[in-house]
Ligand binder design. Sequence first.
Ligand code: TYD
Length: 143
Amino acid sequence: MYKTIDDVKMFEFKQLGDERGHLVVAECGKEIPFIIQRVFYIYGSDATVVRGKHANRRSEFVLVNVAGTSMVDVEDVYGAKKTFSLDRPHVGLYLPTMIWKDMYKFSSDSVLLCMSNAVYDADEYIRDYQEYCSIKEKIASKS
Ligand code: TYD
């Protein structure tokens, strides 16, 4: 019922371009598996900062480090964990709903582009890790 770590996917965008430079396209229904309703980007975070630290009940995301690099730790409600490195502007990371995520180790030039299927709604964010863990415990007790 809930999405798992196996639904988190790293993928490569096709690189278009020529002698003038590169071009990457993010199109709904092609590279992006949802209709984009929100775009935001994170920059100016340094290597000591941990961002994210939340799960989303309804928002899905594709993250792309369009400049610089960062790391993303993800966890699902079954307790599985994985780490991804975003280090190229043509690599995307798809994050489905209910995945806990921490973004960290931002390079000083990092610009982390985030595309989402949903407009911002603070109420669908789970920001308390204990709350997330209590969902995990409920699931574990049912299995
Ligand atoms: P936050 O969710 O803490 O950023 P991140 O998880 O990427 O580190 O968001 C920082 C602030 O920006 C917080 O006050 C909420 C606000 N915000 C919006 O208003 N709309 C948005 O789409 C996002 C992502 C954040």
